[in-house]
Write a protein that binds this ligand. Structure first.
Ligand SMILES: [Zn+2]
Length: 502
């Protein structure tokens, strides 16, 4: 019998005692069941160690995130070598148990696992799909703080594919380095983590680079230390808690272009050396974008911003927190298109990054808002008028409902389909038409203010909109968000929905 089997046997026994005890104490007075009473109180208080849940039960991605503990901080150590080359890596997780834990899970995919310790002692670790199941040598009491250390060889070629707007995600190769696009559930390919957008923790990044290369990550550069062989270790602090899908770590030959936004907000663009001049005109618009969004949504909710120019052919722009990644092609073409992409990722910092989604089915709140303000900005700056864009979306809305699910009814494969973008911007447009500009703007401000730094969902949005508007908007919003048929557009009785084609 291994130590692990012994532990399992012991836990099975404790569990049985707790069960008996609970039944006893609920129905009849104690009659000398000496061992049952302590078991009962222990079970009721969650003190009997049991496994943490393998996921938080999101209906679309049930195993993402984990139960039984909260993460206080992740510290990532990446000893990066060369493009496409495996390298030594480690992750330290400081956590607090929310129940007595016999074992717990982390989300972790691929890579070559070496060793897991809990509070310095070797722990049993088993991989089951994308779950890393960790059994510590001793159970962790409820409320106890503990530190998990996972060492592994990272595989920077790991990527996954989706059939929607995300296409490829995970590590994204560049000619001399790498960057990360983890949305929606690809952070687990980078480090062991609670990989769900509603779960956030601060992150410390320690990235060691070869001579001549730089590293960047979300947040603030804390220090830069010389290592043997001309290598440099860069330490960044995320400054704010961050969801796994919004992490950014990039390595390359970079120029750091620093400027200031409204109220002196530090703006730091990170640009591959050869692309500094060609992207400058578009990048220099960031302060204007910030000011425009602050007028509508209030103060920018983080301590810095910047654009990481992606030297990649992948069509991925992503709202990685405090440092959006935008592929170079988005910044080398048409100005109107470039601004749409830049404003989209910046808007996410209010809706998506600061106000996180509670469940994946709430994605329409993140993408719908980003698309709404992207289009609103563009309409005022040389792009298609809001009414034309929304009328086109209206015409296709039944088809999108058929193909992608209603805005708040996605399936896992249809998450990042057009219904979550223009289809959901249309819901916000309908709301604005219904309640008027002033009320709509107050709803929007209240949304990003009340839920700043928190996770919120569809029900929260409908309740808040109703509260601000002073009328129950549930009967209005429900058919827009759920079900097969697009409701009439307020104020536009002439708008028609195209027939659905199978
Ligand atoms: Zn987006």
């Amino acid at each position: 019998m291994t130590a692990r089997q012994a532990l399992r046997a012991a836990l099975a026994l404790t569990g049985a005692v707790a069960l008996t005890g609970t039944g006893c104490s609920a129905d009849v007075p104690h009659r000398g069941h000496g061992s049952a009473a302590p078991g009962a109180s222990a079970a009721a208080s969650g003190a009997v160690p049991s496994p943490g849940a393998p996921g938080i039960g999101d209906p679309l991605m049930p195993l993402d995130g984990n139960g039984g503990y909260t993460v206080r901080r992740y510290t990532l150590d990446l000893d990066w070598r060369a493009p496409g080359t495996p390298f030594p890596a480690g992750t330290t997780i400081s956590a607090t148990a929310t129940q007595a834990l016999s074992r717990f899970d982390l989300d972790f995919a691929g890579n070559a696992l070496h060793r897991v310790t809990v509070d310095g002692a070797p722990a049993a670790a088993v991989r089951e799909g994308d779950e890393l199941v960790v059994t510590p040598a001793r159970p962790i009491p409820r409320g106890g703080t503990f530190t998990v250390r996972v060492t592994y060889t990272a595989d920077p070629t790991q990527r996954r594919q989706r059939g929607d707007a995300i296409r490829e995600y995970g590590w994204v190769p560049t000619p001399d380095g790498t960057l990360v696009c983890a949305q929606p559930d690809g952070a687990k390919m980078v480090f062991p983590v609670n990989d769900h957008p509603s779960l956030r923790a601060p992150v410390t990044f320690r990235i060691t680079t070869p001579p001549g290369l730089s590293a960047v990550a979300n947040g603030r550069l804390v220090d830069r230390v010389r290592r043997p062989g001309g290598r440099v270790r860069w330490t960044y602090d995320s400054e704010e808690p961050i969801a796994a899908q919004l992490i950014q770590m990039a390595i390359g030959k970079f120029t750091f272009a620093e400027s200031a936004g409204p109220h002196g907000l530090p703006v730091r663009d990170v640009v591959p050396d050869g692309l500094v001049n060609d992207t400058e005109a578009d990048r220099s618009l960031t302060p204007r974008h910030l000011a425009w969004l602050e007028e509508r949504l209030g103060p920018y909710p983080f301590r810095r911003y910047g654009v990481l120019v992606g030297d990649t052919d992948l069509p991925v722009a992503l709202e990685t927190q405090s440092l959006s990644v935008v592929p170079k092609d988005d910044l080398l073409g048409d100005r109107v298109d470039a601004e749409r992409n830049l404003v989209h990722e910046l808007t996410h910092h209010w809706t998506g990054d600061s106000v996180a989604i509670r469940r994946w089915s709430d994605l329409w709140l993140s993408e719908g808002h980003a698309r709404f303000y992207e289009r609103l900005y563009s309409a005022e700056h040389g792009g298609v008028s809001m009414e034309d864009a929304m009328r086109a979306a209206y015409e296709q809305h039944d088809q999108w409902r058929h193909d992608d699910g209603a805005p708040a009814e996605p399936t896992e494969p249809t998450l990042f389909k057009v219904m979550r973008y223009d289809g959901s911007a249309l819901v916000l447009y309908a709301l604005r038409e219904k309640v008027g500009d002033d009320t709509f703007n107050r709803i929007e401000r209240a949304w990003v203010t009340r839920y700043r730094g928190r996770a919120a969902g569809t029900r929260d949005f409908v309740a808040l909109a109703s509260e601000v508007a002073g009328e129950d908007l549930t009967p209005f919003l429900r058919p827009w968000l759920y079900g097969p048929d697009t409701p009439p557009m307020p104020g536009h009785p002439d708008w028609q929905v195209d027939p659905v084609e199978d």
